[in-house]
Design a binder for this molecule. Structure first.
Ligand SMILES: [Zn+2]
Ligand SMILES: [Zn+2]
Length: 310
């Protein structure tokens, strides 16, 4: 299972309908948090996101993307947490998050590791198989201050095993089937050698989710989002404020759609919308869909499943 839950979808400040940025990604029971705007812990409770998480990823350090980590860490401490927490962010993360960790508590009762990341890095060793299941690639975004985005990419899966063909080939059910599926040739009890081709299909693509954080439309984002199952792109403004989007380092809904189209992404979700679209963001959806049909705009509490394509 792979799904994302939007915990905050408002740009810059919260509104009655929307909190500031945060996104939970759940994969096979593991929860990852991307951004942690003020009030995120309450949104987690509200929308049923587990507090048993070990990793928070930050795209940049504007206040609406990270202030919530102070309260969340404090709550985790009160809950008696002992497991380490890892925080990832671009240049400056160590200093800023280090300071944030000291605010309002005497001592955080569990270890906190802060890791600075830069475009081109891959955060590995994650997931149940510790690095065998997926990677998180860090890419550059265009928002100033070394801002980055994150691409979660599952590794290829084994090809589909055809039990009928295996039986016809006279391969006894059992460990030999497993070997074949893992792509190894096997020797049968009668001495015959059987290769997986013809019994096991092609390796199947893993899924990918790409999260931009705040950014102007950018070629680096297009590259990172190539063929993504889900692209989560900021769309702070509509077309009528496209100059303002440019001045402030943000994107319009249409620009986000152009990125999705250029990247040949499967689906686009717009988030980080300006307060003026807090109640209705239909205008943004309309402008984006003229360019890229598979677009929705996020709202707080929205959950999206990402199924396998095959
Ligand atoms: Zn922002
Ligand atoms: Zn920002």
């Amino acid at each position: 299972m792979l799904s994302v839950t939007f915990l905050g979808t408002s740009a810059a400040r919260p509104t009655v309908e929307r909190n500031v940025s945060a996104l939970a990604l759940v994969r096979e029971g593991e929860t990852l948090l991307f951004e942690c705007g003020e009030g995120t812990q309450r949104q987690m409770m509200r929308y049923g996101v587990s507090f048993a998480l070990s990793d928070i990823f930050f795209t940049h350090f504007h206040a609406d993307h990270f202030l919530g980590v102070i309260g969340l860490i404090r709550t985790l401490g009160l809950q008696g947490r002992e497991e380490p927490m890892r925080l990832y962010g671009p240049r400056g993360a160590k200093k800023l998050l280090g300071q944030a960790m000291q605010l309002g508590v005497e001592r955080v009762p569990f270890p906190i590791e802060i890791q600075e990341v830069k475009p081109g890095d891959t955060v590995e060793g994650r997931g149940r198989g510790k690095g065998e299941e997926y990677d998180i690639d860090v890419f550059a975004t265009d928002h100033g201050g070394g801002s980055v985005g994150y691409a979660i990419r599952e590794h290829e899966r084994l090809g589909r095993f055809d039990p009928e063909k295996a039986r016809v080939a006279g391969i006894p059910e059992g460990p030999l089937w497993g070997k074949l599926q893992r792509g190894e040739a096997v020797v049968l009890p009668d001495g015959r050698k059987v290769v997986p081709e013809g019994i096991v299909g092609e390796k199947r693509k893993g899924r990918s989710v790409v999260f931009t954080g705040d950014t102007r439309p950018s070629a680096a984002v297009v590259d990172a989002a190539k063929g993504a199952d889900l692209l989560i792109h900021e769309a702070t403004f509509g077309e009528e404020e496209k100059d303002r989007a440019k001045e402030t380092g943000h994107s319009t809904a249409r620009e986000a759609a152009q990125v999705a189209l250029a990247a040949n992404a499967k689906r686009l979700v717009l988030s980080h919308v300006s307060a003026r679209y807090s109640i209705s963001a239909e205008e943004l959806v309309k402008e984006a869909r003229e360019v890229f049909k598979e677009t929705v705009v996020a709202k707080d509490g929205m959950e999206i499943d990402i199924p396998f394509a095959d």
